[in-house]
Design a protein around this ligand. Structure first.
Ligand code: PLP
Length: 426
């Protein structure tokens, strides 16, 4: 295929005409498709339905330490749930607090507590003139919404193929005491599907922060979310790396079963050093008389252990993988060689991240919308919704049916081509 970059003006004009005709054909069909929703499909959710049969009216609802899960108490999670969530994160159960149904809620809570009550005795962040967070970009929009909500200044850190640009991270963290945190999705990152290399994890663990209350917010949301059985990423355990590097208190790790069992109906947990947990528990005991232990029990009785989770995730992968591969095929067949965009074929997670020519993302998203395809808003994967290059688009293949996804991907590539030709003709 001839690269658009090499086409003459006349050739580009001709290409534009035929693309406009193809675009109009799609528009005429009046479709309503969606590639914006990063959530499990119904078929994936159905996989977990047998979990609903695990507990019935004759089930013994006592946990292994005799706690009656129907009653208050068991503040930091029943022992089997702590062990289960610890197994998922690869940490010691003693370092785990089991919360409610969603990890984003724990992250919000963690930032909120730091604002009002500080971190293990430090000045509450709300009393400081300036609080800053580092934000590897592109990243998860809801992380950025949390820090924006609390008026925390966000600083973009470019992602590399191995994780965030660590030279920049080290520089900011060691030189600026106003930098109190960094958002990380270390495995199959949202939206690029990048997993942090061992070197990156070790450099994180060895940071020398100017602020004693600096924390790494390690959101391991996609810890077991592989797309392939024989080609999986694994990352180092940040808690033990921090301990080895003499920084045991520098990290909070978050995870949940949202995209393992039911999204929004799962179990979420936090892992951190014992000193952090002691401080957090002071708030914990004011905040609640206990989270949903029945759901914790239901999850552990159903999945049993990490083997159970792995089996479930391979069933999920069998549904997800063809969708990812289909979108990747359309992208490479239609855009390969044109030099108007690039993308990563991830080995896990929930997204494909497309990077267009500079200044085209908004136009592509708008064109897709007018042809009946909803995409995640351009700019969403950046703090304040501002993509400095206007080039990143997050594609979420999980929710639509294969049929809908195929049409959506075909419309997407027409929009990419059209927006690119228009840009090149400017
Ligand atoms: N973290 C990341 C990186 C995500 O992509 C998502 C959901 O898309 C979440 C957290 C939300 O997790 P939860 O449902 O546990 O709040």
């Amino acid at each position: 295929m001839q690269s658009y970059q090499e086409m003459t003006k006349e050739e580009l004009c001709k290409e534009k005409e035929s693309l406009e005709a193809a675009y109009k054909e799609w528009q005429k069909r009046g479709l309503s498709l969606n590639m914006a929703r990063g959530k499990p499909s119904e078929e994936q959710l159905d996989l977990t339905m047998p979990m609903m049969d695990v507990l019935n009216s004759s089930a013994d609802l006592h946990s292994e330490d005799g706690t009656d899960c129907r009653n208050y108490g068991g503040m930091d999670g029943i022992p089997e749930a702590k062990r289960f969530m610890a197994g998922m994160m690869g940490v010691n159960p003693e370092n785990v607090l089991v919360y409610g149904n969603a990890s984003l809620n724990i992250m919000y809570d963690t930032v909120s507590r730091s604002m009002t009550h500080g971190v293990m005795g430090s000045t509450p962040w709300c009393k400081l003139d300036k609080v800053k967070f580092l934000c590897p970009v592109p990243g998860y929009d809801r992380h950025f919404k949390v820090t924006e909500f609390f008026g925390i200044e966000m600083i973009n850190i470019p992602m590399t193929a191995e994780g965030p640009d660590m030279d920049l991270v080290e520089q900011y963290v060691s030189e600026d005491a106003a930098v109190k945190g960094i958002w990380c999705v270390p495995k199959y990152s949202n939206p690029q599907g990048i997993s942090y290399s061992d070197e990156v994890v070790k450099r994180f663990a060895a940071l020398k922060p100017a602020a004693e209350d600096f924390r790494i917010f390690w959101d391991n949301a996609y810890v077991v979310h592989h797309l392939y059985e024989d080609d999986q990423d694994e990352i180092l355990d940040i808690l033990s790396e921090c301990e080895k590097a003499g920084n045991p208190d520098m990290v909070y790790e978050f995870c949940s079963t949202s995209k393992i069992s039911f999204a929004g109906g799962g179990v979420a947990a936090l892992a951190a050093s014992k000193a952090n947990l002691e401080f957090i528990k002071k708030q914990f005991t004011v905040q609640t008389i206990g989270y949903d232990k029945v759901n914790q029990l239901r999850h552990v009785r159903y999945f049993k252990d990490m083997d159970g989770v792995k089996k479930q995730m391979m069933k999920q992968a069998a549904i997800m993988r063809p969708k990812f591969e289909m979108v990747e095929k359309v992208l490479s067949e239609e855009l390969g060689g044109l030099e108007i965009g690039s993308w990563i074929n991830p080995k896990g997670g929930y997204f494909i991240c497309f990077e267009s020519l500079e200044g085209c993302a908004k136009s592509i998203v708008a064109k897709a919308k007018e042809a009946g395809v909803t995409l995640t808003g351009a700019g969403a994967p950046f703090p304040y919704g501002k993509d400095p290059k206007d080039s990143v688009i997050r594609i979420a293949p999980s929710f639509p049916t294969m049929e809908d996804l195929k049409m959506a991907a075909e419309i997407f590539v027409v929009c990419v081509k059209l927006a690119s030709v228009e840009k090149l003709l400017e």
